[in-house]
Design a protein around this ligand. Structure first.
Ligand SMILES: Cc1cc2nc3c(=O)[nH]c(=O)nc-3n(C[C@H](O)[C@H](O)[C@H](O)COP(=O)(O)OP(=O)(O)OC[C@H]3O[C@@H](n4cnc5c(N)ncnc54)[C@H](O)[C@@H]3O)c2cc1C
Ligand code: FES
Ligand code: FES
Length: 495
């Protein structure tokens, strides 16, 4: 069905909501609370940290016969991204006869709520988890709750409640969306571009203001490329975990926003020779299982990246393009030798990630150019990969530094070494002088002094908000020593 301009349409508990006249930067949280009076969804921090605002966003699956849900932070997501989707809030869970969802019942039974402010978000995170995981253990539950802060309960009763709820029959745990399905099919977004009579692509806005500012949500790569050619200053929106922060905390109102989340070509992971090609709109949550198999240390860095609702939407491309000095995916990607496919109109070029940054938060992207995909090498015989993120808290915290290394062991010596860090320089980067110290050496002959000297020659010493230079450089050295000491003979290449 054709998109009605200036109307965001989504399904809420068996009815289509048509949000008209909203700003392009209105958040899902504000709309739910202020317009729909769904005040069960709370605002704690408005920056993705506390989880009081967690809701489930549903999308029709590929076959169109079921709804796939993701727990997201409603405070970070912009309302127009909901167009064509469905939302479940804590109010959606109670059955028509007023009986509670098993998670809610268990929270009551186990005394999982005290002041109650965090409770709706926790209930939604757990209800979301139990849609896909049948019998989660304590660790999985802890991980699922790592983006939900509770200052009252100490978490034990909440985790107990999750364990109790998980025993309920599947049909009781499943979100009731029978009435939503036909409506989701009705408001399904177009999957082909619209063309003018001249054969030009016309990107229809979801929201357009009288001044001509707009939020567009293309279905195809061609539309994105075309739109950026004519609007090179437009802001790309992927998972919204940086942009949402800018909107809420810096009151930014980009004139033109291009949402990538509905572009099918950008949501694919494909195998291309000895690499994966990861589309720019693939959420981190979809990459985690792949990394768990291929590069377990990368999966561990991702497990500690924000929280599940952050990773449900956040992308690698957004992390890379944002270019924070303490961005966590970049050291892993650089050490593994990842490169980027960049597109501008019809033209594409491939740039190795090491060469992407030109300084603090600056990069080689030209006006109208964007990241189309990340090319990530797959495991190969004899390749060792290690990575570790050091932060004050285990979860939901920013790196003091994150280091990643890739090497081979040939006849007991390190070779093809690639080492990268965040937190030590204005942008995440490789450390060629330390790589040179390691190359060709037996791991047990490398000394701490040599690494210290290479670190001092590679980086400008500066204290930061997250850590002093003395701490960061010590961690940077010790991680390298640990990574090479722990190399296992079984990982030696057959040279
Ligand atoms: C609570 C919280 C916790 C976080 N924890 C971590 C953490 O542990 N580690 C970490 O590294 N980061 C963390 N972040 C930061 C953020 O989640 C990441 O940087 C994330 O990867 C951004 O991806 P996104 O898809 O949400 O980007 P968006 O917010 O959609 O966009 C970010 C930037 O990238 C640009 N962009 C997006 N896609 C493209 C593209 N294809 N081509 C060119 N430009 C593009 C956008 O225009 C924007 O400037 C956290 C953020 C929050 C709010
Ligand atoms: S309000 Fe705190 S995460 Fe959204
Ligand atoms: S019950 Fe008070 S913050 Fe969790």
């Amino acid at each position: 069905m054709t998109q009605v301009t200036n109307t965001v349409r989504f399904v809420l508990d068996g009815r289509i909501v048509e949000a008209q006249g909203e700003r392009r930067t209105t958040t899902v949280l504000d709309y739910l609370r202020e317009q729909l009076h769904r005040t069960g969804t709370k605002e704690g921090c408005a920056e993705g940290d506390c989880g009081a605002c967690v809701v489930l966003v549903g999308e029709l699956n590929a076959a169109g016969d079921a709804v796939d849900y993701r727990s997201v932070n409603a405070c970070m997501q912009l309302l127009p991204t909901l167009d064509g989707k469905s939302v479940k809030t804590v109010e959606s869970l109670a059955r028509p006869d007023g009986s509670l969802h098993p998670v809610q019942e268990a929270m009551v039974g186990c005394h999982g709520s005290q002041c109650g402010f965090c409770t709706p978000g926790i209930v939604m995170s757990l209800a979301g988890l139990l849609q896909t995981v049948a019998q989660p253990g304590r660790q999985v539950i802890n991980d699922a709750l790592s983006g939900n802060l509770c200052r009252c309960t100490g978490y034990k009763p909440i985790v107990d409640a999750a364990l109790v709820a998980a025993q309920a029959p599947r049909e009781q745990l499943k979100i009731d969306d029978a009435a939503d399905l036909p409506l989701l099919r009705e408001i399904r977004r177009a999957t082909e571009p619209t063309y003018s009579l001249d054969g030009e692509i016309v990107v229809q806005p979801v929201v357009r203001t009288r001044k001509g500012n707009e939020f567009v949500s293309p279905a195809t790569l061609a539309e994105v490329a075309d739109y950026l050619q004519s609007h090179p200053q437009a802001t790309l929106l992927a998972g919204s975990t940086e942009i949402g922060l800018q909107v809420n905390k810096q009151f930014r109102r980009p004139d033109h926003i291009v949402y990538l989340g509905n572009v099918a070509e950008l949501r694919r992971i494909e195998v291309r020779g000895d690499a994966w090609r990861i589309g720019a709109a693939v959420p981190l949550a979809d990459i985690e299982p792949l990394m768990a198999e291929a590069w377990p240390d990368f999966a561990e860095v991702l497990r500690r990246f924000g929280s599940p609702p952050i990773r449900a939407t956040a992308t690698l491309a957004g992390n890379i393009a944002n270019g924070s000095p303490i961005g966590d995916s970049m050291p892993c990607l650089m050490a593994l030798g990842a490169s980027l496919e960049l597109r501008r109109g019809h033209k594409t070029r491939t740039v190795v990630l090491d060469a992407f940054y030109t300084g603090q938060k600056s990069n080689v992207l030209q006006p109208g150019e964007f990241i189309e995909a990340v090319l990530l090498p797959r495991p190969a015989a004899g390749v060792v990969f290690r990575a570790h993120k050091v932060s004050k808290r285990f979860e939901q915290d920013i790196s003091a530094t994150c280091a990643a290394i890739r090497y081979r062991l040939k006849n007991g010596r390190l070779s093809d070494v690639r080492l990268a860090y965040n937190g030590l320089a204005p942008a995440p980067c490789r450390a060629p002088k330390i790589e040179a110290v390691l190359e060709g050496r037996a791991p047990d002959t490398v000394s701490a002094d040599e690494i210290d000297a290479a670190i001092a020659a590679s980086f400008t010493a500066r204290d930061g908000l997250r850590a002093t230079w003395a701490y960061r450089s010590l961690v940077a050295r010790n991680l390298v020593l640990q990574f090479i000491e722990e190399s296992q003979p079984s990982q030696e290449a057959v040279s």
